[in-house]
Design a binder for this molecule. Structure first.
Ligand SMILES: C[S@@+](CC[C@H](N)C(=O)[O-])C[C@H]1O[C@@H](n2cnc3c(N)ncnc32)[C@H](O)[C@@H]1O
Length: 265
């Protein structure tokens, strides 16, 4: 590990807004604050919103500035990335922010039933070859149901055609209510005309305009940014969509090709 990273990790140990449990699977230690984030950390009754795969936490911090009466928790396995958002929140005195360093696969160990109102998925890896790791798969939807309120909202902001198409099918086949969907956020919806057409309020405009670290890289390469939000009801069997989706070819940029396939489920 580089010296810079070691310093960040050491400093982060002193941050009151960071909870680190990267090895919870191995140690199988119960998390004391599960079901008690409001009383024990935020000291209020406000709703809780998660950003899963938050990286440097642009959405966690950006949303917290816009909505002081909502609590935001960024989750990522990479400590050096979380450090950026956590430090910024501390410096700005944002009391409605926390970060959890852990693996999203075990996210339900950290939140109790109905403890969370909304989930943001920001530029998640599309996991084109492995649906079980895809954060909008029904496998993850079932996991989110363990702590999300009935009809809680899931937001997906992505550059990936593959992930967006897959999620559209997943939502359709399961009849999940879609609240908003666009394949070109900056080309249409956030323009003055787009705002007027969608009757978009100032806060929605402001939060959809937050750019994350990865988002900026995709914008620089000329890719459309896509966004949708949908509700996840607590009841009802969920089925995986049975469709072949074209892979994002640009994702093999500077990486060895893992297979010759052009599509995947
Ligand atoms: C492509 S980056 C996007 C980061 C940030 N949301 C952004 O837009 O800049 C994906 C992030 O998800 C995190 N991540 C991916 N899979 C994860 C998992 N299973 N558990 C925890 N974090 C994960 C990675 O560490 C990485 O920071």
């Amino acid at each position: 590990m580089s010296k810079g990273k070691l310093q960040k990790f050491a400093e982060m140990e002193t941050f009151k807004n960071v909870f680190q449990h990267p090895f919870s699977v191995i140690s199988d230690t119960p998390f004391d604050m599960k079901g008690h984030w409001r009383e024990q950390y935020f000291h209020n009754d406000n709703p809780i919103v998660l950003e899963l795969g938050c990286g440097k936490g642009e959405y966690t911090v950006g949303l917290a500035r816009v909505y002081p009466d909502i609590n935001f928790i960024g989750v990522d396995i990479k400590g050096a990335r979380i450090y950026t958002g956590a430090k910024q929140a501390l410096e700005e005195g944002l009391e409605n922010v926390a970060f959890l360093r852990t693996s999203i696969e075990i996210i339900d160990r950290f939140f109790g039933e109905n403890e969370v109102q909304e989930i943001w998925l920001t530029f998640s890896d599309p996991q084109m070859k492995n649906v079980h790791k895809r954060l909008t798969s029904t496998f993850f939807m079932e996991r989110y149901r363990r702590f999300l309120v009935d009809g809680g909202i899931v937001h997906l902001k992505t550059d990936s055609n593959f992930l967006f198409t897959y999620t559209t099918y997943m939502v359709d086949v399961n009849h999940l209510p879609v609240l908003f969907r666009t394949e070109d956020l900056y080309g249409n919806e956030l323009t003055e005309q787009g705002r007027a057409d969608n009757q978009m309020d100032d806060k929605t405009h402001e939060i959809l305009g937050i750019h994350t670290y990865y988002e900026n890289q995709w914008i620089e390469r000329g890719l459309n940014i896509k966004y949708m939000k949908f509700r996840l009801p607590a009841e009802g069997a969920l089925v995986e969509p049975d469709v072949e989706i074209e892979l994002d070819d640009y994702r093999s940029y500077k990486r060895p090709k893992r297979s010759g396939l052009a599509t995947s489920k």
